[in-house]
Each structure stands twice: as structure tokens, then as C-alpha cells.
Design a protein around this ligand. Structure first.
Ligand code: SAH
Ligand code: DHB
Ligand code: MG
Length: 228
């Protein structure tokens, strides 16, 4: 693997397709999804601190950025901050008066995210709330006030998070979810609570009369549902 497209596949982390699809993914990533120094440093910092390196790949970050910009989003909610990698991608797509609220249960992850959000110059737009999203979400209001909700925390709670997203989104708002293909595990029956959570989320989203939805086969799968 020496071609630029192959290098881009590696830089995007372990998530994503293998074989011929991976090289096409790499082609897209190389052309459209270059990280700046700050995002690359954040990925390294996660590794150095021994935190999970499960941030979205750059191709997913850029996809989120394009989608929130297409939706004209001014107010975004994220569930699962980690070090702020995806929050920075989306935060950069916000207008001057835009805001992104992100929920994170680990104070250590939230502290790293604060550091990088500030260095990205996004501390005026991005606010990080520490706690379990299952408890914090019911307190988030008002209903219908968000233009996009991005789900990327505990997979077993995705079905619950979908209900909260439906409540919080206004007309035309986007529900977005990472790991909708779950490294292929959506194809198997049974499995862990996380496996079942993702499959149930996908089924609920596909059948929901509230959303027009699809899964984009980008990274580990990005579910997209437009409300209304
Ligand atoms: N969106 C991030 C990656 C998130 S990884 C990025 O792409 O950069 C998942 C994060 O969700 C972890 O930091 C984990 O601590 C957090 N998390 C897991 N369960 C949670 C819960 N119930 N409430 C809030 N955060 C949770
Ligand atoms: C994993 C990957 C993710 O993108 C995520 O949000 C959670 C877990 C994983 O590989 O286990
Ligand atoms: Mg994820």
C-alpha cells in the first residue's frame, strides 16, 4: 500500500470497508477529507493518553460537515464527544451564530475535548455537558429546537436516542448516527446488547413515519434521517 489512496485508508483508522471498496474510499478521503494539523494531533493525543481511538474517520467527519451545512444547521446536538474530533468537524460547518451542544459521560474525555475545542477556536460555539446522555437528554430542550442530532455514544441506547432526537429536531432536521453498519455485525443475528441496539435503531429508523432515511456506506456507516 503505497499509493496516496491507500495512505488515506490507513489514516482514516480501522473503520470502513476492506478490499476494492477500501481503495475507492481512500480515493475519496485523499481528495476531500484532508485533516488539518489540529485534528491529526487530536488523534495522536487520544492514543498517547490511552483513550479509545474510536473517533469517526476523516471521511465520516467530512460527510457530517457536508450534511449539516446542506441542512443549514445552526443548532446541533451530539451524543458522545470523546476528544471532540467529530464536534470540531461539525462545529466548523456552523454559521457565526451557530451552536453545538455535546454530551459526554467521561470527565477525562470531556477535558481533552475542551482543550481541543478551544484550540480550534470553537469554544464560543461548542459546549460540552458531562454526564450520562440517558439522564441528560430528557433535560435538553426545547422540543423541536435542533437542526441536527449526531449519535455516537453507547450503541445499546441508540433506540432511546432516536426517540429523543425525534423530539428535539425541528421540521427538516437531521438525525445522524455513526456505526450504522457496525463493521458488518448488522448482518448477524444475536450478539451483544450493542449489536442488538444498532440493528434495532436501523429498523426503527427505516420504519419510522417521522423520518425519510438511509444509511450511507461511508466509514462504518452513517445513518441519515430527515425529519418530516
Ligand atoms: N463522536 C466522537 C467519538 C465518540 S466515542 C468522535 O467521533 O470524535 C463514544 C463516546 O461516548 C465515548 O467518549 C464515551 O465515553 C461516550 N459515552 C458512552 N456512553 C455514554 C453515555 N451513556 N452518555 C454519554 N456519553 C457516553
Ligand atoms: C467502536 C467504534 C465507534 O465508532 C464507536 O462509536 C464505538 C465503538 C468500536 O470500534 O468498538
Ligand atoms: Mg462511532
Amino acid at each position: 500500500m503505497t499509493e496516496p489512496a491507500d495512505r488515506a485508508v490507513r489514516a482514516s483508522g480501522s473503520e470502513g470497508p476492506t478490499g476494492a471498496d477500501a481503495r475507492l474510499h481512500g480515493y475519496i478521503a485523499e481528495l476531500f477529507c484532508a485533516e488539518d494539523e489540529l485534528l491529526a494531533e487530536l488523534r495522536e493525543e487520544l492514543e498517547e493518553r490511552g483513550f479509545p481511538t474510536i473517533q469517526v474517520p476523516a471521511i465520516t467527519g467530512k460527510t457530517l460537515q457536508v450534511l449539516v451545512r446542506a441542512a443549514g444547521a445552526r443548532k446541533i446536538l451530539e451524543v458522545g464527544t470523546l476528544g471532540g474530533y467529530s464536534a470540531i468537524w461539525m462545529g466548523r460547518a456552523l454559521p457565526a451564530d451557530g451552536e453545538l451542544v455535546t454530551l459526554e459521560k467521561s470527565p477525562e474525555h470531556a477535558a481533552l475535548a475542551r482543550e481541543f475545542v478551544e484550540r480550534a477556536g470553537l469554544d464560543g460555539k461548542v459546549s460540552i455537558r458531562v454526564g450520562d446522555a440517558r439522564e441528560l437528554l430528557p433535560e435538553v430542550d426545547p422540543d423541536g429546537s435542533f437542526d441536527a442530532v449526531f449519535l455516537d455514544a453507547d450503541k445499546e441506547s441508540y433506540p432511546l436516542y432516536l426517540e429523543e432526537a425525534e423530539r428535539l429536531l425541528g421540521p427538516g432536521g437531521l438525525v445522524l448516527a455513526d456505526n450504522a453498519l457496525w463493521k458488518g455485525k448488522v448482518l448477524d443475528g444475536g450478539g451483544s446488547d450493542a449489536d442488538r441496539g444498532i440493528r434495532e435503531f436501523n429498523r426503527l429508523l427505516s420504519e419510522s413515519p417521522a423520518f425519510t432515511a438511509i444509511i450511507l456506506p461511508v466509514g462504518d456507516g452513517v445513518a441519515v434521517g430527515v425529519k418530516g
